[in-house]
Design a protein around this ligand. Structure first.
Ligand SMILES: [Zn+2]
Length: 281
């Protein structure tokens, strides 16, 4: 069974970043659920650089007839003719690849100017009868593991910055090597030599706005505005923490005065509060 999708449209529909969607598709490929086939464009816009008749006249009768029919399937604008391979393929009984190949060839020959629109990725779906509930649980787990791994890695970098000793020693330890003595060259070693050593401290992550009562008040205000792009708790938490998403950016919510209002509060805290029913606030 074959299907195709536009990564951007699908990402917008589910309000996730395109990268998240392509990661999910990769997981599904690794799981053997789908196989990617060739990407293709859902529409071609072409402009004739020679007259259609003179283009057709260059080819043998069989090919000329094919091109004539292909051009006839297009919608004519003032300058551009739009050809939809899907429709043309149904009308002509030719496969989509032959149609794209022909158009690309005409462009290479300098006979037409070609613009593509609507990139789509094709897939083959295997074993459509598999347990979709178990599969989605597995995918959720993979994403959760990935998220905690990323957060953990970030925490390690922060710890490294705040280390009280030689940076190089700590870095090598991370990669499983042992440096016997401090390197004597990094900034931590330098200040240590001068007897000035004071470990670096990152700015504190939590502001007074982390007070749940303040978060509740902000959540209540923004919920009251009924934004379509902020219906789910996760969408709302992202908005308040200043993380853009496809639907929020199309709704221009990045300019809203409360966008990133809680950027100093931990995402998990904000999400927790967004998850609570509004009556309890
Ligand atoms: Zn050092």
């Amino acid at each position: 069974e074959q299907f195709d999708l536009s990564v951007y449209q699908t990402a917008y529909q589910f309000d996730v970043r395109p990268l998240v969607l392509t990661t999910l598709l990769t997981y599904l490929e690794l799981e053997g659920v789908i196989t990617a086939t060739a990407p293709f464009y859902s529409a071609y816009k072409l402009q004739f650089l020679s007259s259609p008749d003179s283009i057709v006249a260059r080819f043998n009768p069989q090919r000329a007839a094919f091109l004539q029919q292909l051009f006839a399937t297009g919608r004519r604008g003032r300058i551009w003719v739009t050809i939809t391979p899907e429709e043309a393929s149904a009308q002509l009984g030719e496969n989509r690849q032959r149609i794209s190949k022909a158009l690309n060839y005409l462009e290479e020959q300098g006979l037409i100017k070609l613009q593509v629109a609507g990139a789509r990725q094709g897939y083959r779906l295997h074993a459509a009868d598999r347990d979709s509930k178990a599969l989605s649980e597995k995918m959720i787990l993979l994403f959760q593991q990935r998220e905690s791994r990323d957060i953990e890695r970030l925490r390690q970098v922060c710890d490294w910055i705040e280390t009280t000793g030689c940076y190089q020693q700590a870095l090598l330890r991370y990669f499983g090597e042992e440096l016997e003595r401090p390197c004597g060259r990094c900034s931590a070693c330098n200040v240590a030599e001068q007897g000035l050593f004071k470990p670096l401290q990152l700015p504190h992550r939590q502001s007074e706005k982390t007070d749940p009562a303040i978060i509740f008040a902000i959540v209540k205000t923004i919920r009251g505005e009924n934004h379509q792009a902020l219906i789910q708790s996760r969408q709302l938490a992202r908005f308040l923490c200043g993380i853009n998403s496809p639907q929020a950016s199309r709704a221009r919510l990045g300019r809203h005065p409360l966008f990133a209002a809680l950027a100093d509060s931990p995402f998990a805290t904000v999400l927790d509060i967004c998850n609570k029913p509004i009556e309890n606030t």
